[in-house]
Design a protein around this ligand. Structure first.
Ligand SMILES: Nc1ncnc2c1ncn2[C@@H]1O[C@H](COP(=O)(O)OP(=O)(O)O)[C@@H](O)[C@H]1O
Ligand SMILES: [Mg+2]
Length: 253
């Protein structure tokens, strides 16, 4: 990971939550460098702080202390307004649940980040159609989320995350709610988007086969990240949804 320029340089990152009379230290002096174009799996036990880490890197939540240099700029010093524009333009998010707006079509959902950004509607519609085509949904653009299968909904969410061609894609158990075959199809899309656009990715997963395929695996443990290859990827009991027998498998044959 040395030739490509750094996208992320995270230094002494801490995040704690005050809960009642207790302080929970979730991220504790976390240091990490990620080069542009790197694909990293983020693994770790339930409660290790994976979602907290993604939220802080994604600027959805502020760190307690520490710096996050993004392309050399310390984004922890940005004003709320600057941060919102930066986040919308530069970072794509995919969560376990798609959070699509139910009253809008797939196309309109994918156009949403661009509308917020003020991208011209003709250009935006063309980008949205192109990215929906890339995720294999050009035949579903006028469908609303309720008229799509679980896998298709997640493809729309991925298209929405990618429509502005973010330099960083953050995904938090993006296929945790899908059956094995459907999940596999989405995983292929992550690799394809990385190849095509050199999108840097941090992808939280409990899926051992996906984590093994990722060029880099980061293990969150004790509030810090460790580069890891021999990870114990035993899924949480609370998160069995990466298993082939997921109850919610609208796409399964
Ligand atoms: N808003 C919050 N307030 C208090 N505690 C929190 C909050 N968010 C997360 N936590 C705690 O931080 C720890 C890490 O949570 P999380 O990042 O969701 O873990 P993971 O995604 O690895 O399962 C957990 O112990 C959780 O209870
Ligand atoms: Mg989590």
């Amino acid at each position: 990971m040395t030739e490509a320029p750094l996208l992320l340089d995270i230094r002494n990152l801490r995040k704690s939550f005050v809960h009642g009379d207790k302080t929970i230290e979730v991220l504790n002096n976390l240091n990490l460098e990620v080069a542009q174009g790197e694909m990293c799996a983020v693994v770790g036990a339930s409660g290790a702080g994976k979602s907290t880490f993604l939220n802080v890197v994604g600027t959805l939540d502020a760190p307690t202390s520490g710096t996050i240099l993004f392309g050399g700029e310390d984004i922890t010093r940005f004003s709320a307004k600057k941060l919102a524009a930066f986040r919308n333009r530069t970072i794509g998010f995919v969560f376990q649940f798609h959070y699509l707006l139910p009253e809008f079509t797939a196309l309109e959902n994918v156009m949403m980040p661009g509308l917020i950004q003020g991208v011209g509607s003709r250009e935006l519609e063309a980008s949205a159609r192109a990215v929906l085509d890339e995720v294999g949904l050009s035949h579903r653009v006028t469908h609303k989320p309720g008229e799509l299968s679980g896998g298709e909904q997640q493809r729309v969410a991925l298209a929405r995350a990618l429509v502005l061609r973010p330099s960083l894609l953050l995904a938090d158990e993006p296929t945790g709610n899908l059956d094995h075959v459907t999940a596999q199809g989405i995983h292929e899309l992550f690799f394809e988007m990385n190849r095509r656009y050199n999108t840097t990715m941090l992808l939280v997963t409990h899926n051992p086969s996906l984590a093994e395929r990722m060029p880099r695996m980061l293990r969150l443990d004790g509030g810090a990240v460790h580069d890891s290859r021999s990870a114990d990827l035993t899924p949480d009991t609370s998160d069995t949804s990466d298993s082939p027998d997921s109850p919610d498998s609208p796409d399964s044959p």
